[in-house]
Design a protein around this ligand. Structure first.
Ligand SMILES: Nc1ncnc2c1ncn2[C@@H]1O[C@H](COP(=O)(O)OP(=O)(O)OP(=O)(O)O)[C@@H](O)[C@H]1O
Ligand SMILES: [Mg+2]
Length: 339
């Protein structure tokens, strides 16, 4: 593989939306491009990892897309990358209308992936393996099942039910539309993929799910598993995803690989594919290079397996004007240098 060309800072702008607490993603992009971060929360910590932080109208507001367009013009933004599920469909519409260079799938795919039941139907139509899934009230072939919200996130309101009465109870108890899915019995994995603007898979990197909390993966190991990497490639290419995505999969002891969730955005373990990527091939670097108009060669399966991540909280001190003071609880900031 040819070595990656050095990327000059400030050559292109990247706009990241809904940055929230995802400091690692924003900081990684900021090393390779001029980054603008937006978030509805004025205290969102990850905005401080960007070169510029801006307030914009809320996602449902008619002024949202125009405000992002203005930022694109102001900062020469060539890629808009959403970090939550909440605005993917709106950005997809704006992309289709030629209003924003958003790295997202087409609106119908974005809409289907936001609704896990629709996603199940779409996966099945595409010939991709999804667990047996029905709507509440429909016949279930076998118990146990998981009753979960169709539009859930962060693993909220997911309940195991061992019989029909329990499934009916949870479907009534969860205060939103639900679905009933066969309980997968076996190890769970995530595959972090990156697609180019034409929907070609550039890489797909599988990892274990050692520990997760509220949708974020806390501990995991990148693994050499060609079957999972190939499944990831098929999923993103058959669904014509663009940009980063994460596919959640179980290897069920009885029925084999089944896909339980597809998120057309960075998944809950951003460091894993960064640690595993070959030099110059982390996803932020590849996205910046695509934003510059470069064609990237697909290199599915080329990564370093065996790396493990373990994550922790950190923080920033802000002054009265909400500007970072540059102070930290240790001096200098960060881990100790080798003695
Ligand atoms: N059919 C299933 N069988 C077994 N476990 C499941 C099933 N569906 C979901 N789970 C468990 O619940 C977790 C969250 O499920 P899912 O991804 O569907 O919801 P989510 O709200 O999108 O959560 P996340 O943000 O963690 O992706 C999964 O990581 C898995 O551990
Ligand atoms: Mg999920």
């Amino acid at each position: 593989m040819a070595p990656a060309a050095a990327i000059a800072l400030n050559e292109v702008g990247i706009l990241l939306t809904g940055v929230g607490k995802r400091y690692d993603i924003v900081a990684a992009f900021s090393q390779h491009a001029e980054v603008v971060a937006v978030d509805p929360n004025p205290l969102a910590p990850a905005q401080y990892a960007a070169h510029h932080r801006r307030a914009v109208p809320r996602i449902g507001d008619p002024g949202y897309v125009p405000a992002l367009r203005e930022l694109c013009e102001e900062f020469g933004v060539r890629a808009v990358v959403p970090l939550t599920d909440l605005d993917i469909e709106i950005l997809a519409g704006a992309r289709l209308a030629g209003e924003l260079p958003a790295l997202v799938p087409d609106p119908d795919v974005a809409r289907a992936m936001y609704d896990k039941y629709e996603a199940h139907l779409l996966l099945s139509r595409a010939g991709l393996p999804s667990p047996p899934t029905v709507l509440p009230g429909e016949r279930v072939d076998a118990y146990p099942v998981m009753v979960k919200p169709r539009r859930g996130s962060g693993a909220r309101s997911i309940h195991r039910a061992d019989n029909r009465r329990a499934a009916e109870f949870f479907a009534r108890y969860i205060p939103e539309e639900t679905m009933v899915q066969r309980l997968m019995d076996g190890p769970e994995f995530s595959i972090d993929a990156l697609s180019d603007l034409q929907g070609r898979c550039l890489n797909a990197i599988p990892r274990t799910m050692i520990e997760s909390r509220g949708g974020e993966s806390i501990k995991g190991t990148v693994i050499a598993d060609p079957e999972l990497a190939e499944l990831g490639r098929r999923v993103v290419e058959l669904l014509s995803l663009r940009g980063p995505s994460t596919i959640q999969v179980f290897r069920d002891r009885e029925i084999g690989l089944r896909i339980t969730d597809v998120n057309p955005r960075f998944g809950g373990a951003f460091p894993a594919p960064v640690y595993a990527a070959l030099p110059g091939h982390t996803y932020p670097e590849l996205i910046v290079r695509m934003a510059r108009g470069e064609e990237i060669e697909p290199h599915v399966g080329q990564y370093r397996a065996g790396v493990t991540f373990t994550r922790y909280f950190w923080q920033l001190e802000l002054d009265e004007r909400m500007e970072p003071t540059g102070r930290d609880i240790v001096t200098p900031p960060g881990p100790p240098s080798p003695r």
